[in-house]
Ligand binder design. Structure first.
Ligand code: UDP
Ligand code: UDP
Length: 450
């Protein structure tokens, strides 16, 4: 009879909460199955949320080991065009990657496998190869967006054809994608986002596999033969202290509150905030608004009264709560008072809404979010008004927002379907479900023989 000892798994996430939270979930799923798990994080982080949550996570889960990769400071010119600080961080991590090899090779017990973010694949793959470590990608987006990403080197190799593609692009194994749903930066081969995608997509064939945070049932329209899918279990990041919004939610009727959030790296313009105020006030549903005014949380120092108008604050008194700073989104979505979620459709938010069966009103802002919104719509988990376009491209009027909020909160068909989505998500993480099988298969494939 052959026996094997538990693998030692290195998890290396990239920048931003949306890239970190899935790794927390995966770390615990692996540790629960007796793997030794080490989380590698790049320091310093871009946002305060990242450093706070890394500390909280490690404090509450002492069985998870931690290694820090110290970044070399950026040589970015002060006068250069402003670039998304999270993209810059992807680049910075890649440029400090020579430090990773020694960290990995000096570990005891030795590592058996490396799980990395897609944005770090190209630079970590040669290091893993030298150390004979199999490498897996942990995807933080939808299957649809990942398919686009994987095919980007082919699309951009013929820029004229790609730029002139009238309405859709065709990608093998995926339904046609509307050109208007692709992140506009993708049409610019010199954009840091596009060059990052191309170089990492070219490295994909060297990975043993790709772990997707989703479940098969949710992707009715896509062939998923090459990916290993399994939703990450809902892990609730422990927070310190009580939350005022929690006690407010306790006093609201069931399914009467719209939760509004655009993730951790989208600050809404003042003009758009004004219109959202109008929409919320006139829709007359209760609301819980996770309000962020800047891309990076450290820069978001204004008070609620500096951002929101007096008229709105007075007119909606007792009808809603405004959260500044970090909100415990999973706790909010799990609350029975929540009846709908106005969301930018970051993939983690989509999966969290699916897990809790909360209908989504999709309002994609940038990146993968339009393709994610389409998945939400097709799975029946919510509504998407395509006319709203990207967050940066137009100001959506208060009346349009009002109309959609009412539609979201009164659409019984979507609500019923959302309950079904919740049921299917939970089936997938049960013992023997899709998620459980995928994780166990990966562990078995990297098991160390005695
Ligand atoms: N999140 C949260 N509280 C906040 C902002 C974000 O809990 O105030 C969590 C949210 O639940 C999700 C992640 O941060 O797990 C954001 O990831 P997502 O993919 O939805 O969007 P991104 O922030 O990457 O745009
Ligand atoms: N939760 C957790 N760890 C888990 C699964 C769930 O902390 O492994 C959290 C989850 O995100 C939610 C709360 O605990 O905020 C209750 O979730 P659960 O799925 O247990 O119950 P339900 O959502 O069905 O009420």
């Amino acid at each position: 009879m052959s026996t094997a000892k538990s693998p030692h798994i290195a998890l290396f996430p990239s920048a931003g909460m949306g890239h970190l939270i899935p790794y927390f979930r995966l770390a615990l799923m692996l540790a629960k199955r007796n793997c030794v798990v080490t989380l590698i994080t790049a320091q310093p982080t871009v946002s305060a949320a990242e450093s706070d949550h890394i500390s909280l996570f490690l404090r509450h889960n002492p069985e998870i080991n931690h290694i820090e990769l110290q970044l070399t400071p950026s040589s970015q010119q002060a006068d250069s065009t402003p670039v998304d600080p999270f993209f810059l961080q992807f680049d910075l991590i890649s440029r400090s990657i020579h430090l990773l090899g020694p960290l990995l090779s000096s570990s005891s017990p030795p590592f058996s496998v490396l799980f990395v973010d897609f944005t770090l694949l190209a630079t970590t793959a040669p290091i893993a190869k030298d150390l004979h470590l199999p490498i897996y990608v942990v995807s933080t987006t939808s299957v649809q967006f990942l398919s686009l990403v994987a095919y980007t080197p082919v699309l951009t190799s013929n820029p004229t054809e790609f730029n002139n593609a009238s309405t859709e692009v065709k990608i093998p194994g995926s339904p046609p994608m509307a050109m208007s749903s692709l992140p506009p930066a993708l049409l610019d081969p010199n954009h840091i986002f596009t060059s990052c995608i191309i170089v990492n997509a070219q490295a994909l064939p060297g990975a043993e596999g790709i772990l997707m945070n989703t479940f098969e049932w949710f992707h009715i329209n896509t062939e998923c033969s090459q990916q290993r899918q399994g939703p990450l279990e809902s892990y609730h990041i422990p927070q310190d202290g009580d939350h005022f919004y929690q006690s407010w939610l306790e006093n609201q009727p069931s399914e009467s509150v719209v939760y509004i959030s655009f993730g951790n790296r989208t600050g809404m313009s003042r003009d758009q905030v004004r219109e959202l105020e109008k929409g919320l006030e006139n829709a007359q549903w209760r609301f819980c608004w996770n309000l962020k005014a800047t891309k990076v949380d450290k820069d978001d120092c204004e008070d609620v009264t500096d951002i929101l108008s007096d008229t709105f604050l007075k007119g909606t008194k007792n009808k809603g709560v405004i959260i500044r700073g970090w909100a415990d989104q999973q706790e909010i979505l799990a609350h029975p008072a929540i009846g709908g979620f106005m969301s930018h459709c970051g993939w983690n938010s989509v999966m969290e809404a699916a897990w809790q069966g909360v209908p989504i009103l999709a309002w994609p802002q940038h990146g993968d979010q339009k393709l994610n919104a389409k998945v939400v719509e097709e799975a029946g988990l919510g509504l998407w008004e395509r006319d709203w376009d990207w967050g940066v491209d137009r100001i959506v009027k208060g009346e349009e927002i009002e109309r959609k909020i009412v539609e979201l909160m009164t659409d019984e068909k979507v609500r019923e379907r959302a309950r079904k989505v919740r049921e299917e998500a939970r089936k997938a993480v049960e013992s023997g479900g899709g998620s459980d099988r995928v994780i166990n298969n990966v562990i078995n494939s990297v098991m160390v023989p005695f």
